[in-house]
Design a protein around this ligand. Structure first.
Ligand code: GTP
Ligand code: MG
Length: 460
């Protein structure tokens, strides 16, 4: 059985984001160190690595910079995951690279996170990469953004330097029309002030430390679109039984025996007569459960059809999807280009019908363009050959996310967040659920998780 809402609220996923060298890895190292989340052998491995790769002083960034290439260059390349716990909560920390070249790793890390900590070097203030990362985090629907204005020691803990960064980041969110709550803290990641312990030098700041916030911010998932299951395979019993179970992972809401369901994209309806979880019958299944569903009627249901509770918000059976895209490769994207859209409900070949607009990272305004280049954030319309059963990303992070694949090389070329379909004027799903509400952003987590390989740096 999957985690309950309370358990999920006590396990929090965090991503550190921001420009190169702003101190993301050092902050995570400091959090682990000061909250006693490091084992002795890891500490001695970091001491050893500090002597080998640095000037000899203890380098906390090496706790997450696990790969040899990262250590040698002093940057993070991969997404490094670290786990730690305090008496109040447990945490999964994703340390993502700041370098623009690795934006896809940042998207991967932030996509499964409840909280993003954006680091800004107090000396340099907001730079283009800060704007890009904040924009992506807002787009990906994190629940909270903690702004850690770092290296305050290098600006003599100047309150006005801090205020300037806070104003700039707040302005980014306003311009993006994002409602993600912003929490700003002045910190020094190297000596740990306001990370776990309070600052001794910033008498003007009386707010919480980074850990205080991580332990208390509300990240509880709220009810989302309602139950849906993308069928992965059909289970049959040998020996004459006419048992047929449609198996997959339940997302979006609770499903019970007796619930009326609609099978997308065909639109047939039936009633749930049986649910099986881990080989045993059950009356109720919750999001995250791997289950098999039996239906009252003998319907034509196959792999990638989606069984949806009829009372839920119904997904779109879309052949013209409109999506926000983060373009992840050097190859340009142009109108007319072919691509494959891979989504939990299946895969469809398609063509870029239009590039509606691109986000200009200087002005944070939408501008028109004919091509997308590496790291662009844009809105595109894609014409599919066969329909995909999708949700809007802001109502369901799993059903609303997809990746674009190059049909020739099979490489992942873009991360997609579905906005709606082009011929749907409202660009939102059609039917409201009677007992569920749609939530902007806090849906089932896991965008891209199932598609990208999440590498964990275990090398110490
Ligand atoms: P990438 O992973 O390459 O994006 O960098 P990063 O954001 O992880 O930065 P990292 O933690 O590797 O820190 C970069 C440099 O800044 C290191 O030399 C740190 O020791 C230094 N640094 C980090 N935080 C502070 C701070 O609060 N004060 C000072 N003076 N230096 C800091
Ligand atoms: Mg780093």
């Amino acid at each position: 059985m999957s985690a309950t809402a309370t358990e999920q609220n006590t396990q929090v996923r965090i991503a550190t984001i921001g420009s190169v060298d702003d101190g993301k890895s050092t902050l995570i190292g400091r959090l682990l160190h000061d909250s006693k989340g490091i084992f002795e052998d890891q500490l001695s491995a970091v001491s050893k690595a500090s002597r080998r790769y640095g000037d000899g002083s203890f380098n906390l960034a090496l706790l997450t910079d696990g790969l040899r290439a990262e250590r040698e260059q002093g940057i993070t390349i991969d997404v490094a995951y670290r786990y730690f716990a305090t008496p109040k909560r447990s945490f999964v920390l994703a340390d993502t690279p700041g370098h623009a070249q690795f934006t896809r790793n940042m998207v991967t890390g932030a996509s499964v996170s409840d909280i993003a900590i954006v680091l800004v070097d107090a000396r340099h203030g907001v730079v283009e990469q800060t704007r890009r990362h904040v924009s992506i985090a807002a787009l990906l629907g994190v629940s909270h953004l903690i702004l850690a204005v770092n290296k305050m020691d290098l600006v003599e803990w100047s309150e006005s330097a801090f205020d300037e960064v806070v104003t700039d980041v707040a302005e980014i969110l306003t311009t993006l029309e994002s409602s993600v709550p912003l929490h700003a803290i002045p910190i020094c990641a190297t000596d740990g002030q306001n990370v776990v312990e309070k600052s001794v030098e910033a008498s003007w700041y009386q707010g919480p430390s980074v850990l205080d916030l991580l332990e208390t911010l509300d990240v509880a998932p709220v009810p989302t679109v309602g139950a849906r299951l993308a069928v992965q395979w059909t289970l049959r019993e040998h020996g004459g039984s006419d048992y047929r179970g449609y198996a997959g992972r339940l997302e979006g809401g609770v499903l019970r025996v007796g619930d009326a369901v609609t099978v997308h994209p065909k639109g047939n309806t039936s009633v749930v007569t049986g649910l099986t979880r881990a080989g045993s019958p059950t009356e109720i299944a919750v999001p995250g459960d791997a289950i098999a569903i039996e239906l009252a009627d003998d319907l034509d249901v196959g792999k990638f059809d989606v069984i949806v509770a009829s009372a839920a918000v119904q997904p779109l059976d879309a052949t013209n999807i409109v999506a926000d895209v983060c373009w992840l490769v050097d190859t340009e994207l142009k109108v007319g280009d072919s691509l494959i859209v891979r989504h939990p409900s299946g895969e469809a070949h398609g063509k870029v019908a239009r590039i509606l607009h691109r986000l200009d990272l200087d002005t944070l305004k939408n501008s028109s363009t004919d091509t997308l280049v590496l790291n662009d954030i844009a809105r595109v319309a894609i014409q599919l050959k066969t329909p995909l059963v999708v949700d809007a990303y802001n109502s369901n992070r799993v059903g609303g996310s997809a990746i674009a694949i190059d049909p020739v090389t099979n490489a992942t070329i873009g991360a997609l967040m579905v906005v709606g379909q082009e011929d749907d004027r409202s660009l939102t799903p059609t039917k409201k659920a009677s007992s569920t509400t749609t939530s902007p952003k806090k849906g089932v987590r896991g965008f891209v998780k199932d598609f990208f390989t999440l590498k964990v740096n275990e090398e110490f």
